[in-house]
Design a protein around this ligand. Structure first.
Ligand code: 3HC
Length: 297
């Protein structure tokens, strides 16, 4: 009966085993996983926009090739994570529709503009660095497909973080203008990067349950603190100063609710790409003999 199923499910989690797609799971566990994994996937895809806007303006072929590889990686991360979400019985079409209609979220960080070339390095160093801090523990998340996707993603994120740091180090060894550009970029991205870890634990509606279900193994504040501790010596070695860690949570919630500098532009861009690609999806489905009339098509 249901109580026995629930007990078996929790025992699996308590002994740190994985829950697999075919296992029985509480509806609420399934719902919060669809919510978090889809949001993670959406973040990867939306994150291609700020970085992609600098591919055509990279200062050398080497920098262009590295940035191209990184943006391509993000698309792949989105693919792994949408595939993990689909094992929970929801289609990519539905997920994309929920993103575009605002019923699903993506990481707040991508609602800030990438204004200078130094931002390409800062995003690699701080945004991918924060993502690594959050994603390494997710390699041990209780839902099998999500944890396994994280292992490959974390390896690629490490390359993203290193290339960003190396880009900034090169600029710091350049002219005064380049050093000033790096510091200005860090000043803009430091606090939004800290907000990637979510609201303070006291305002986190999902953390307690996600910890009980082994979806999260650390709280938002724990990972934020770990990231700050990890990053401070790197900033020192780079020769930049980090702004203070006082975060404006009103700003955070405004951005999460759609009021950030780039929210509308990001969703409009995503919708345009989705609409422009409809003919490819229909042609591929027709070729495969799939019925495209149903949403799962
Ligand atoms: N941006 C947008 N929404 C956020 C957010 C953020 N930075 N932090 C929290 N929220 C939302 C949550 O989704 C939740 O709203 P919901 O219940 O409607 O979904 C609400 O704010 C309260 O936050 P909680 O702490 O209760 O929510 P979670 O338990 O889901 O924790 C999280 C938030 C820590 C971001 C968690 O969802 C998580 O670890 N997600 C996986 C990691 C992830 O999404 N990373 C994206 C980073 S970008 C990236 O990876 C691309 C790379 O290339 C840099």
């Amino acid at each position: 009966d249901e109580a026995q199923l629930e007990a078996g499910f929790q025992a699996t989690i308590d002994r740190k085993d994985r829950i697999e797609p075919r296992d029985w799971m509480p509806d609420a566990y399934r719902r919060t996983l669809v919510r978090q994994v889809a949001q993670h996937a959406h973040s990867e895809i939306i994150g291609m926009q700020p970085e992609g806007s600098w591919i055509g303006r990279a200062p050398s072929l080497r920098r262009k090739a590295i940035l191209l590889a990184k943006v391509q990686d993000e698309a792949g991360h989105g693919l792994y994570l949408y595939s993990a979400t689909e094992t929970l019985g929801v289609s990519r079409d539905e997920l994309t529709e929920m993103l575009i209609s605002g019923r699903q979220k993506y990481s707040s960080i991508f609602n800030y503009p990438a204004l200078s070339y130094a931002d390409v390095g800062t995003i690699g160093w701080l945004v991918d660095g924060a993502a690594i801090c959050n994603q390494v523990p997710l390699c041990r998340t209780s839902f099998g497909p999500y944890g396994r996707a994280m292992i490959r993603i974390c390896k690629e994120e490490s390359f993203h973080q290193r290339q960003g740091y190396e880009l900034l180090m090169t600029m710091m060894r350049g002219t005064d203008e380049q050093r000033a550009m790096v510091q200005e970029s860090v000043n803009r991205f430091w606090k939004p990067a800290l907000m990637m870890f979510g609201p303070p634990d006291a305002e986190s509606a999902n953390t307690e349950q996600s910890m009980a279900w082994g979806i999260k193994t650390h709280t938002n504040d724990e990972l934020r603190a770990r990231f700050i501790e990890m990053t401070a010596p790197q900033a020192e070695a780079l020769g930049v100063t980090l702004p203070d860690n006082e975060l404006d949570w009103d700003e955070f919630w405004t951005v999460v609710k759609g009021g950030g500098p780039c929210n509308e532009q990001r969703i409009a861009h995503r919708k345009q790409a989705w609409d422009d690609g409809a003919w490819v999806r229909e042609a591929a489905a027709a070729f495969a003999g799939l019925d495209t009339s149903s949403p799962r098509g």
